[in-house]
Design a protein around this ligand. Structure first.
Ligand code: ADP
Length: 385
């Protein structure tokens, strides 16, 4: 086992010296993975997260970052928080500045970075979360969802190695939830370790590599996502319903005898398992790889203009920004790769606008589908001339 990026050993904490918010929690967080924390309200998830970057100091036990015990003097904590960014459940616990820009700049300024670097980081973080046009906006005038995004931008502007988000999807609308999860995939693809807590098992099932579950301050599960969702009793004890995709797959297995594993996690994987796609013409996928320059240029590239509404989508934050700026009429603003693969396997062509850095990831998803189905899907890559 490689060294975990974070580890807690025998962590205990009580807010009032009477009830234990955490009792002897020992767990590891693997580097470069997506880990989800599950458990009912009051289980101790937020309390644990507050220990991961030293906001709370344990009554007993130890937290390790990259194998080293964390120290609680102010310079060690400042160093730790460069590496581990925590986004609080309630953005009002995190946002203090008068404007969006000031708030996102607060962390990087505290790192002692020069103005240009701070400006660059603020630009980048705001564009990731789609608030690049709200720099001057007073934070008090923001909606709840916008405040959540500003809090996230503040964390991203620190350029952390680990991003910890407490209930990041709670209170967001459907589109924002999926944009946020896709952004976390993108950051994870760049090497960031991402940790979230959620009550939404569907999200957890589709998103997470690893699961940690807490109940009444104790760790009740630590392991891979497959292994967690197989434990019906444990899910029941935690007040969780098994995810729909898991149940459907289980029914398919019971009714047809088809093997349960590998578990299908999304609509493409479910479809390819349940329905045969042979004897059918296959559509092709056009990947339009875009980058920062495409946003800066005044005139859009020709290939960004003509898209068939129902048969196109954006994947990744740069592509999403371009779609907003150029008002591209793309249909799929998230899950574009999944729907592109579905369309192609049914004979329709599909265009995916994506960041240059994510093209490889899309291509590998296509390869994976080809391997499972025996289909051959042509992928044409349109890049800048
Ligand atoms: P979760 O994030 O899983 O909902 P929390 O970490 O918020 O759980 O809560 C764990 C326990 O600590 C609960 O019993 C909760 O009531 C208590 N608790 C959390 N925050 C505070 C606080 N600021 N003061 C006193 N008790 C708290």
């Amino acid at each position: 086992m490689p060294q975990p990026i974070l580890r807690t050993e025998n962590l205990s904490y009580s807010y009032d010296n009477v009830t234990m918010a955490l009792s002897g929690v020992t767990l590891d967080i693997p580097k470069g993975k997506k880990t989800v924390f599950l458990g009912p309200n009051g289980a101790g998830k937020s309390t644990l997260f507050l220990h991961l970057n030293g906001v709370l100091k344990p009554d007993s036990g130890t937290v390790f970052y990259e194998g080293k015990k964390i120290s609680y003097d102010s310079s060690s904590l400042a160093e730790l928080r460069k590496n581990i960014a925590l986004v609080f459940q309630n953005p009002d616990d995190q946002i203090f500045s008068a404007t969006v820009e000031e708030d996102v700049a607060f962390g990087p300024l505290n790192l002692g970075l020069n103005r240009e670097e701070v400006g660059r980081r603020v630009d980048e973080a705001l564009s990731w979360i789609g608030l690049e046009n709200s720099r001057e906006k007073p934070t008090q005038q923001l909606s709840f969802g916008e405040r959540k995004r500003v809090a996230l931008a503040g964390a991203l502007a620190m350029k952390p190695n680990v991003l910890v988000m407490d209930e990041p999807t709670a209170g967001l609308d459907y589109e924002m939830v999926h944009e946020l999860l896709e952004l976390s995939d993108e950051l994870n693809n760049r090497g960031l370790t991402v940790i979230i807590s959620t009550h939404d098992v569907e999200t957890a099932y589709e998103w997470a590599d690893e699961v940690r579950a807490l109940n009444a301050g104790r760790l009740v599960f630590s392991g891979g996502s497959d292994e967690f969702f197989e434990q019906a009793e444990l899910l029941h004890d935690l007040g969780l319903m098994p995810p729909l995709a898991f149940l459907l797959n289980q029914q398919f297995h019971l009714r047809t005898g088809s093997p349960e594993k590998p578990y299908p996690r999304n609509i493409v994987e479910l479809s390819q398992k349940f329905f045969s796609t042979t004897n059918q013409s296959v559509g092709k996928i056009t990947l339009v790889c875009v980058d920062e320059e495409d946003i800066q240029q005044m005139a859009p590239r020709d290939d960004l203009l003509s898209v068939s509404h129902m048969h196109s989508g954006v994947f990744g934050s740069t592509a999403r920004r371009i779609a907003r700026k150029r008002q591209l009429d793309v249909h799929y603003r998230f899950h574009a790769v999944e729907f592109g693969l579905l369309a192609a396997s049914q004979g329709s062509d599909f265009t995916i606008y994506t960041d240059s850095s994510l093209c490889g990831l899309v291509e590998s998803k296509v390869k994976e589908l080809e391997m499972h189905t025996g289909l051959h899907i042509d992928v044409t890559k349109a890049s800048k001339k």
